[in-house]
Design a protein around this ligand. Sequence first.
Ligand SMILES: Nc1ncnc2c1ncn2[C@@H]1O[C@H](COP(=O)(O)OP(=O)(O)OP(=O)(O)O)[C@@H](O)[C@H]1O
Ligand SMILES: [Mg+2]
Length: 361
Amino acid sequence: MLILGIETSCDETAVGIVEDGRILHSNVIASQAGLHAAHGGVVPELASRQHIRDMEPTLRRALSDAGATLDRVDAIAVTHGPGLAGALISGVNTAKSLSLALNLPLVGVNHLEGHIYAAWLEAAALAPSEEPGFPLACLVASGGHTDLVLMEGHGDYRLVGRTRDDAAGEAFDKAARVLGLGFPGGPEIQKAAQALDDADPHAHDGDETVTQAAAPLPRAWMRNTLDFSFSGVKTALLHRAQDVGLYPPPESETANTERLVSHLAREFQESLVDVLAAKLLAMAEQYGARGLVLGGGVTANARLRHRILSDSPLPALIPRPVLCTDNGAMIAAAAYYQYQRGEMADMSLDVDPSLPFSHRG
Ligand SMILES: Nc1ncnc2c1ncn2[C@@H]1O[C@H](COP(=O)(O)OP(=O)(O)OP(=O)(O)O)[C@@H](O)[C@H]1O
Ligand SMILES: [Mg+2]
């Protein structure tokens, strides 16, 4: 069964074509990151209008990359929430039009469930014996969410932990702004931290501000809960940046500016990765999970992926980075399992900017 998935919940216009929920035929993403970078974050009005421009070429390329035409497609899937209302409307209207014109079933997908189902696109490469069984401990860490979800079967979710303030991706984006790095912040922080791997470790020996910048930042363990909090480390980073003269941005760079930024970026990343990895593993143990699933833009982070793979006694399904950030293929993958359960939408499908995880467990 070939499903065409449409995703427009934020600043990516994305269309993916997936066979039987696992086999990736195409995945085309038109990112608006450049459009929003100048504003330091996504501007909803600009996002909605750009989706209108990008939708038709993205759709055509997804079909041509898959070597398919619309008459080969068996169902249309679309993100209907959570996300920005105006952005979601653009995808939902496109999906409804296609469904109506081609007389195809329509499936409305929860964006967060999509992030989880990106893992099934990786599972396609595994032998059935290698595939982790349910229950699965899932971490969805993205621009708007940081959720720990226990998945006891397809479509069966229990939210067991969540952030009480900023989402991890939001914290990365704000930290990058403090450090004068670009948007989105996660990849920029990762790059700045990685620069230390190639730098001369003794280049700034004796430089007190560099030593100060390289000290660990706090971790918000929040004992006895699987919830997260990232606002404390964000404030600690701001204070550290002020102390070493990086914030407010200095008029001119000094010889050690780049080094200071890299150290702060690394310590910030380490703090978030430590907590995200430890809480996911604690949750897996607490609930007797048989495997781990990662999803959402933050799980594209190389340090986080490395930590999970090296620390976890359980098999982990981690989508390749391009499937961690927003894409249409994950929506098509999730829709396949929904379709199997008979959960189809009709022409009354509406957007829901704050759609929660569906609770079936
Ligand atoms: N390598 C990385 N390291 C850390 N964070 C990253 C990395 N790559 C992307 N991110 C972060 O991921 C976020 C974007 O993820 P995603 O596209 O899933 O979020 P969203 O769709 O805007 O939010 P949501 O899924 O909650 O609706 C951004 O905050 C970005 O900084
Ligand atoms: Mg997302």
